[in-house]
Design a protein around this ligand. Structure first.
Ligand SMILES: [Zn+2]
Length: 301
């Protein structure tokens, strides 16, 4: 699933391409329509986006928020395998085919276009979504904050300072956020902190030297400082490398990100730990998720 660095990369790329353009029309795969959540249905989305200008594209947690002229916002949750692409597609027997050569045409991860916004510069925004869990929600501007995806979110990791981060772990802080439980699950809990999923939770714990089954309530101040520092460093580095394309995620151009080339833990099962401590990366199932870690240097607390 695209996490903070992947969604941030998509948002930065799209900002350069689509802000200021007008939406001419919308298309949705009639056989497999994209989920429109609690927002307007497809007929309304087509009608209410027509002729509207894209004013801004921003990210909150793992979501893309596109403000359009008038009083509506397009909210995109890419979920497991969805990613927004910027290209040109032609319908061949009702199936979108890329009119641009290269990865948009050749990489199969880009070949599951379920939804298209036609723009007034001749280009299109397309949502490729193999597993079809993605959502496109059209809501009133003032209702965005009430969406269930948004309303309970924890802070943005790149926007909080250490003292606030430390408070998240403090049982007396009075926050609704989770302060107890297994570290991997806590880091992935969006009500605790936003935007971190499987890939970055594994990478942060590997770098911090903490076992994914460590309990959050057993950490001391130094552990929390290490987690904070590595979180900032790793997320920034992953944005610089334009995200991880280990799974389905691609850039709006259809190309792959490069962070998978420097990952240390996520999906590295059986490989030697890059700390050269003699450890071999192991995979462990926690709840419905897996964790990848080095049993040598990642300490269980
Ligand atoms: Zn190791």
């Amino acid at each position: 699933m695209p996490e903070l660095p992947e969604v941030e990369t998509i948002v930065r790329e799209l900002r350069k391409k689509v802000v200021g353009l007008k939406i001419k029309n919308a298309w949705v795969d009639p056989r497999r329509p994209v989920n429109t959540g609690v927002g307007a249905g497809w007929a309304q989305i087509k009608k209410q986006t027509k002729g509207k200008k894209i004013l801004s594209v921003r990210r909150r947690a793992k979501y893309i928020v596109m403000d359009i002229s008038g009083d509506k916002t397009l909210f995109v949750h890419q979920k497991i395998s969805g990613h927004l692409l910027y290209g040109k597609w032609k319908l061949v027997n009702g199936v979108p085919k890329s009119a641009i050569h290269g990865p948009l045409e050749e990489d199969r991860q880009n070949g599951y276009i379920r939804f298209i916004l036609y723009l007034n510069n001749g280009y299109q925004l397309g949502l490729s979504d193999l597993r079809r869990f993605g959502k496109v929600i059209l809501v009133d501007d003032d209702k965005v904050k009430d969406l269930k995806e948004i309303s309970g979110l924890g802070p943005e990791p790149l926007e909080i300072n250490f003292s606030r981060f430390k408070k998240l772990f403090d049982p007396s802080n009075g926050l609704r956020a989770r302060k107890k439980g297994r570290l991997k699950q806590v880091l992935m809990d969006p009500t605790f902190i936003a935007g971190i999923g499987n890939i970055y939770a594994d990478e942060i714990l590997w770098a911090s030297g903490l076992h994914p089954l460590s309990r959050a309530e057993n950490l001391d101040g130094k552990d929390i400082r290490r987690i904070y520092d590595h979180t900032i460093r790793i997320l920034k580095k992953a944005i610089k490398y334009q995200g991880s394309s280990m799974d389905d995620y691609r850039l709006p151009s259809g190309k792959k990100g490069r962070f998978q080339d420097i990952q240390n833990a996520y999906q590295k099962t059986g490989q030697k730990c890059k700390k050269k401590d003699g450890g071999i990366i192991k995979r462990l199932v926690i709840g419905a998720r897996s964790a990848h870690f080095c049993p040598k240097h990642q300490i269980l607390k």
